[in-house]
Design a protein around this ligand. Structure first.
Ligand SMILES: [Zn+2]
Length: 264
């Protein structure tokens, strides 16, 4: 494990070149501290992204909760700018008993408000709704692609473990990754710069939805190697973030698998 103090030089020595800053409980208000982190990251050539607060629900039944979510999202994007992170990952929210299409439309309307206000404030970070792991959460692959298609400034975060879990263990090999990546490319026009989250994941006993994350190689799936092969065959840039309980070690395994696939 890299320590907090020497995080970036430690990552660099391991051969890693990206980190996601976890602002999941609250967004730091001290932008000067984030700027200091940004300088250390840049000095070690580490690319940053930021994970926004879990307490975001753009489809809440309570109007004031939607407003608070929009504010949190803008604060996260402002923090991302200070951190030198171009991308803010966030979970869009919950269906809250609404039909999925209605929840999606509400979320897209709140999201476009957040992007507009952020841009008015000179904030540049892109907004990255994440594919989510539980069927109660807004965030199927189709829904995050709709958000990216219909709201300017939105570029999704593709969490394969979450897709696998919410689709009832849908990913077993390379053709499954090809299907997902083809769909993203068809709908968004490119895969270049795609932000990917990856871990193996245990699915609940009902067969649908994530229970908990597991280390690579534990056999829960989805498997990483076929994804590495599919990515290597496509010749674009990716930002891959490890979400495994063994964060850096598994990030390194993923990088090695990708480099192996590229040499083939
Ligand atoms: Zn997430």
């Amino acid at each position: 494990m890299c320590s907090r103090e020497s995080a970036f030089s430690c990552l660099r020595e391991m051969g890693l070149d990206a980190m996601e800053y976890q602002a999941v409980r609250a967004v730091p208000r001290r932008l000067d501290r984030l700027a200091a982190i940004a300088r250390r990251a840049a000095a070690n050539d580490i690319r940053m992204s930021l994970h926004g607060p879990y307490a975001i629900n753009l489809a809440s039944r309570e109007e004031n909760k939607i407003e608070a979510s929009v504010e949190r999202l803008i604060a996260a994007a402002r923090a991302a700018d200070a951190l030198g992170a171009g991308h803010v990952t966030f979970h869009p929210g919950y269906y809250s008993g609404r039909p999925p299409e209605e929840a999606l439309r509400m979320a897209m309307s709140a999201l476009s408000r957040a992007v507009r206000e952020a841009r008015d404030d000179g904030i540049r970070a892109e907004f990255g709704p994440e594919t989510t792991g539980k069927p109660s959460q807004l965030g199927s692959l189709d829904e995050v692609l709709r958000m990216a298609e219909e709201v300017d400034g939105v570029w999704p975060t593709i969490d394969f473990a979450h897709i696998h879990a919410r689709e009832g263990r849908s990913i077993s090999g390379r053709s499954d990754y090809a299907r997902i990546l083809d769909l993203i490319e068809d709908r968004l026009g490119t895969l270049d710069g795609l932000v990917i989250h990856f871990t193996e994941v245990e699915v609940t006993s009902s067969g649908v939805g994530e229970r908990r994350h597991h280390e690579l190689g534990t056999g829960y799936g989805p498997p990483f190697d076929p994804l590495a092969e599919e990515m290597a065959s496509r010749g674009v840039r990716w930002l891959v973030i490890s979400e495994s309980p063994n964060l850096e070690a598994d990030a390194l395994k993923m990088r090695e698998a990708y480099e192996r696939a590229r040499r083939r």
